[in-house]
Design a binder for this molecule. Structure first.
Ligand code: ARG
Length: 272
């Protein structure tokens, strides 16, 4: 039986283990297959991708990276609401002494770009942790990032959201489904899939259920290319616009279990 949410949580805990944090746990149970099928990518090609970091919580080996995010205004970063949950942070986000966003840096070992403090967090009040619906949060930065880092958010009726559209997902997450976390940014080419592909994979009763109104289905019909643990909150981009945030899935890169993304254009309030 598939239990995507449990896996999402296990994944989050797996991150802690991989990040050499204080709570070492077993690796993600989602260690099923090939993955991300991506390629190394320079941050200059995708300056809107950021890493969420807390070295205190997750250790310094990978610069404290624990989720992804995306710059939608000089002081606003979108991420997944579940990235700010207790299961991940062990408390409330404001209790982290060193919650930062790392921007303009390709390698987590590098020193390029900048680390900017998160001064405020807003979690979508409609986010449902049981079903993962509405998985979106907004971070406010203490200092503005360059305007050139900002990516435009697609509109709800944007053609980029239609099934078949070529899209790319970005992150520093697991590259194998076995807890092999990337040191350097990667991206994978996927396609927007019809809602039915995710409805089939994630029916209600199997944990979380797919909902086409707040979620977006994307992947590789042949499998092999997908987001994975640690990529959560990172962007899914099509036509140069932001269409989704990595949210959940069962395993990584399995053809029958596509990636589920937050449908940003409909979930994001018009004013943030
Ligand atoms: N929940 C995961 C995270 O916290 C993301 C999982 C995405 N999985 C997928 N197969 N697309 O990092």
């Amino acid at each position: 039986m598939r239990r995507p949410i449990a896996r999402a949580l296990t994944g989050a805990l797996g991150l802690i283990a991989a990040g050499a944090g204080p709570l070492a746990t077993a690796p993600p149970a989602a260690a099923d297959s090939v993955v991300v099928g991506g390629q190394p990518t320079r941050i200059t090609e995708a300056p809107w991708v950021v890493a969420l970091s807390s070295r205190d919580r997750f250790g310094g080996t990978r610069a404290g990276q624990f989720c992804g995010g995306v710059v939608v205004a000089p002081t606003k970063v979108l991420t997944a609401a579940h990235c700010l949950g207790r299961e991940v942070l062990g408390g409330e986000p404001w209790q982290l002494s060193d919650f930062t966003v790392i921007a303009g840096r390709t390698s987590l070992r590098g020193r390029g770009g900048q680390e900017v403090r998160v001064s405020g967090t807003w979690v979508n009040p409609a986010y449902d942790r049981r079903t993962n619906s509405g998985d979106l949060a907004v971070l406010t930065l203490a200092k503005a990032l360059p305007e050139s880092y900002v990516i435009e958010v697609a509109r709800p009726d944007d053609a980029a959201l239609s099934p078949g559209t070529a899209a790319a997902v970005y992150g520093w997450g697991d590259t194998t489904g076995k807890g092999t976390y990337a040191m350097s940014l990667r991206s994978a080419r996927v396609r927007v899939l019809p809602d039915e592909a995710c409805e089939r994979a994630y029916q209600s009763g199997s944990g979380a259920a797919y909902r086409g109104d707040t979620m977006l289905c994307a992947g590789d019909p042949e499998g092999g290319r997908d987001a994975c643990q640690g990529d959560s909150g990172g962007p899914l981009v099509a036509g140069g616009r932001l269409i989704g945030l990595v949210s959940w899935g069962s395993g990584c890169g399995q053809p029958e279990n596509p990636g589920v993304y937050t449908r940003v254009p409909t979930v994001l309030p018009s004013r943030i």
